[in-house]
Design a protein around this ligand. Sequence first.
Ligand SMILES: NC(=O)c1ccc[n+]([C@@H]2O[C@H](COP(=O)([O-])OP(=O)(O)OC[C@H]3O[C@@H](n4cnc5c(N)ncnc54)[C@H](OP(=O)(O)O)[C@@H]3O)[C@@H](O)[C@H]2O)c1
Length: 304
Amino acid sequence: MRILLTGGTGLIGRALCRHWLEQGHELLVWSRRPEQVPQLCGAAVRGVARLEELGDIELHAVINLAGAPIAERHWTRARKALLWESRINLTERLVDWLAGLTRRPQLMISGSAVGWYGDAGERQLREDDPPASSDFASQLCIAWEESAQRAQELGIRVILIRTGLVLARDGGFLTRLLPPFRLGLGGRIGDGRQWMPWIHLQDQVALIDFLLHHPTANGPYNACAPQPVRNAEFTRNLAQALHRPALLPLPAPLLRVGFGELSGLLLGGQHVLPERLSAEGFRFRFSELPAALADLLDGNHAER
Ligand SMILES: NC(=O)c1ccc[n+]([C@@H]2O[C@H](COP(=O)([O-])OP(=O)(O)OC[C@H]3O[C@@H](n4cnc5c(N)ncnc54)[C@H](OP(=O)(O)O)[C@@H]3O)[C@@H](O)[C@H]2O)c1
């Protein structure tokens, strides 16, 4: 297949490219740094700075993952504008360009996050549940999904992947947590009762590949392991995997002062279940957090 990716240079995108190159697919990445694409994504992957460079190309699928990192900086007005522009405006440009192709792709798989549901407390969330509350992350994901769904009007099937925290060996949330936890300075966030849907990078790649090959897949899919944990359990499991104590909780008031509105992302949570993936036959390799952490923290494997 000939597949175009946005965000192909990111954590998930790079792993997808590695996987799909091995399968013999032809890959193109729309990027702000096209010259780095072969090095980051694989020598055979072509980077393009402008979609127009591709002419009237025939694509089989588009994977849309681009977006500025959500939890990296304070949500100032300028940062919120960038988070919005790099997802919603970018997706609109992508869909506008797809509209001009003579032979449009059949499928677009577009990014989203479990934050779509807002902070949902104890409620279990399946794909047909509405958002539980409205915060900036939820509004961002709702608008991101809506901008992608416009591609349906072009006859393109649209799949939305509401992704949990992606756990990887090199990059993402886990990598940022490791330094304090390795020093024994880790601890739960707030009261630790908030749910933390998570997914091993290997399963994230496998489920996107599964959806790519599933001819009737359509609409939103919760992309997280079938056994989500609360923050306190995550903290305990990570500390055990590293053989360190984790006794220093991050108190909610301190977090609110330090992180402002962004603290809501860490103090809130969603008890999300991958109902549709399980019902449609996807089998998770890592369903339980201790096994996922053991795999990722074992230094003897190459990154996957
Ligand atoms: N990783 C997670 O835990 C997680 C969880 C839920 C949802 N998601 C979502 O899934 C998507 C992929 O995740 P990821 O972890 O692979 O992301 P990532 O590593 O942060 O990479 C995202 C890519 O987006 C592009 N990008 C970054 N800033 C941009 C900007 N200002 N304007 C335009 N493009 C920009 C970059 O591509 P170029 O530099 O090539 O342009 C980057 O490689 C993201 O949109 C993320 O929000 C991720």
